[in-house]
Design a protein around this ligand. Structure first.
Ligand code: CA
Length: 670
């Protein structure tokens, strides 16, 4: 939580290294070592050590492309090294101030037919990244696959979702690394009590996503999403001169060290938006959860949720509760067209939604209107309307849009995570940036840190969120203690936490209008109420939703935490925890601190030193805790609120019920 010294200056040292192989590079603190070599056939290889011990044994590098050999036949033409130590800031984030301290090495290779390929490595104290920069002697390069390998020296316990090119909305698997057949990233592994790692990627632009495929034991190879699911489809079509995203391995002696790593952001380019004053984190509520509960609809029937009347009530509720935004899913012309070719109009309101009246009322009350563009995966139709609909939003003073691509993939059978998808999602972000619109994207490409470059890309889904609790067996307790150590390493998630009526008691007997999901499944939220509160802190999102029906918050004493909570934090720290078991996080916003801790199905007691607080100051701590008899199965609503005066010298102990949590606001005493 300490601020970076303002004396820290950017240090960049360039040096020509010995072009003798093997070439070596180490982290600034020396504990991570990387070696680059070529085989006798001129095939590039790398290996990594941690504390002098093999971590990734000799592993292949390279790409597969039509008409150009990018896997062997290379010789080294130059090796260049650099050291960087610079502080940088971002308009929002877990930490607004960051430090990029790494050693870099660019190995320039020349191969058959004069093809040039640079492999660029950066090694930090918390891991490494590498990427390819290709200059081919042809106009277009058709990429068929990638040969980057990660041959781990040892087995470990892993957490991952399957390597699906269309969806990240899977349950996590906990299994030995050697038993993982394929995985999307981030895949996180505990190799030893003091060695955790996570493989992911940084800065995806105009390139398909990477998943990992097991090639034997603990060895994995990258696989790229194809441009179609037809056999033989290429993965990317690129100009002769291109670079790939970074392939990253975060490495830490503790599980929370992975969470505190800024490696993914550090491998992204600085901000490209000149004026970021309009980009602001916020808390929001909205018309959404009723649809997933099956008591409201997106429109076209008498159960439509986003009516003018509901909108005005939600705006009043937000204004009265220190909440800055309201989302209206289903405000626009409802689903038309067929299931295979859904159609929407993004500038035409539903008949019972008086958009002019709602916008003007929101403006009067100082509440942000969060629009919703559900595309059903029909990218061509969306791109046809994109400029017109964003112009229209800009004219209406709307600065935030939630996008959605519901369905099995993009229309036309194109994988969602393909180069085509990545290009589209980026186009939306850039068109939005030009009109001062922030994006919250659902069913989009994974988070790879581009928020540093395009900070209007606030948050995204890209994992199983709250919605699954509305219409399926739901997310198991440990899901919430896996996400911070896996999915959220890539960036913020719009999980939409905060259901207070976790057993849906208050809608019992209401007509179920839903015709989708898993009928007959007994649905609920598999946590205590306090874990829902704690998740507002733990599951970071700069647009943070209190997703329950507002009736469930009105008059509820525990909702005071969300009223006090600030989505715009300055600094964050994951303090304690274990992957899939528990986590404790604190975030500072100005002089206030917000703490959240959650646990899986095992109840546990946490001893929490408060040394993250500013020394020598008194704080009023308001503690929202599971009651002694609470449990997610039998007594999820049992909670206590207690107040204490504390300082940084104090230690608090908390009891967390099974799938429970604790949330604390620390307000400085003047
Ligand atoms: Ca979704």
């Amino acid at each position: 939580m300490k601020r970076l010294s303002s004396l820290l200056v950017c240090l960049l040292t360039l040096a020509a290294c010995q072009s003798k192989l093997p070439a070596t590079l180490s982290s600034p603190d020396g504990h991570i070592g990387l070696t680059f070599s070529l085989t006798d056939e001129g095939a590039p290889r790398y290996a990594v050590t941690v504390n002098g011990k093999p971590f990734i044994v000799t592993s292949a590098l390279g790409l597969e492309a039509d008409g150009v050999n990018l896997t062997d036949g290379f010789h080294v033409t130059n090796i260049e090294c650099a050291s960087v130590d610079e502080a940088w800031t971002q308009p929002w984030g877990e930490n607004k101030e960051n430090r990029d301290c790494h050693n870099a090495m660019t190995v320039s290779l020349e191969g058959e037919g004069g093809v040039q390929m640079d492999v660029e490595f950066r090694v930090f104290d918390d891991g490494l990244g590498f990427r390819y920069l290709v200059d081919a002697p042809q106009d277009t390069v058709v990429v068929r696959g990638e040969k980057s390998e990660f041959r781990f020296a040892a087995d470990g316990e892993s957490w991952s979702i399957p390597g699906d090119f269309n969806s990240y909305e899977h349950l996590y698997r906990r299994m030995p690394l050697s038993e993982v057949p394929d995985a999307n990233t981030p895949i996180t592994v505990k190799f030893a009590d003091d060695l955790y790692a996570s493989v992911h990627e940084a800065a995806i632009y105009d390139y398909p996503e990477m998943v990992l495929r097991n090639i034997g034991g603990t060895a994995f190879q990258s696989a790229l999403a194809p441009l179609s699911m037809q056999p033989g489809a290429p993965c990317a079509i690129l100009d002769e001169d291109f670079s790939t995203p970074w392939r990253t391995v975060q490495i830490s002696p503790s599980a929370v060290g992975l969470v505190n790593s800024a490696l993914i952001l550090n491998l992204n380019e600085p901000c490209k938006i000149a004026d970021v004053s309009w980009i602001k984190p916020m808390k929001y509520v909205g018309v959404w959860w009723g649809m997933h509960l099956g008591i409201e609809s997106w429109g076209g029937d008498p159960y439509h949720g986003a009516t003018t009347e509901a909108a005005l009530r939600y705006i009043d509720f937000a204004a009265a509760n220190n909440i800055q935004g309201v989302l209206f899913e289903g405000w626009n012309d409802a689903w038309r067209g067929s299931e295979a070719l859904p159609d929407f109009d993004f500038t035409k309101a539903a008949q019972d939604f008086d958009i002019e009246k709602v916008l003007s009322y929101a403006r009067e009350k100082g509440i942000a209107f969060i629009s919703h563009n559900e595309t059903g995966g029909n990218v061509p139709r969306y791109e046809d309307q994109l400029e017109r609909s964003f112009d229209w939003l800009e004219a209406g003073g709307v600065h935030a849009v939630k996008t959605g691509y519901a369905g099995g993939g993009l229309v036309g059978g194109i994988p969602r995570h393909s180069q085509f998808g990545v290009r589209h999602f980026q186009k939306v972000v850039e068109e939005a940036a030009g009109r001062e619109i922030m994006i919250d994207a659902h069913e989009t490409i994974k988070a790879t840190g581009i928020r540093r470059t395009w900070p209007n890309f606030m948050t995204r889904e890209c994992a199983r969120g709250m919605e699954y609790n509305g219409w399926s067996a739901g997310n198991p307790p440990s899901h919430h203690e896996i996400l911070p150590y896996t999915r959220l390493l890539g960036g913020p998630m719009d999980y939409t936490p905060g259901v207070f009526d976790v057993q849906y008691r208050n809608i019992a007997g209401k007509k179920q209008v839903r015709t989708w999901g898993q009928p007959g499944t007994e649905c609920r939220v598999n946590t205590t109420l306090c874990k829902q509160i704690a998740n507002w802190v733990v599951l970071y999102s700069p647009l943070q939703m209190a997703c329950d029906l507002m009736e469930n918050y009105q008059g509820h004493p525990a909702f005071q935490f969300f009223r006090d909570f600030e989505a715009d934090c300055d600094a964050s720290k994951a303090l304690q925890g274990e992957v899939g078991e528990w986590i404790a996080v604190v975030r500072r916003a100005g002089g206030k601190y917000f703490y959240g801790a959650t646990t899986d199905e095992c109840a546990r007691d946490i001893v929490q030193p408060l040394d993250f607080l500013e020394e020598g100051r008194g704080y009023e701590a308001v503690i929202y805790a599971d009651a002694p008899d609470a449990s997610w199965k039998k007594a999820p609503y049992a909670y206590t609120i207690t107040q204490k005066t504390v300082t940084a010298a104090d230690t608090l102990t908390f009891h967390l019920a099974s799938s429970g949590g604790v949330a604390v606001s620390f307000i400085p005493i003047p």
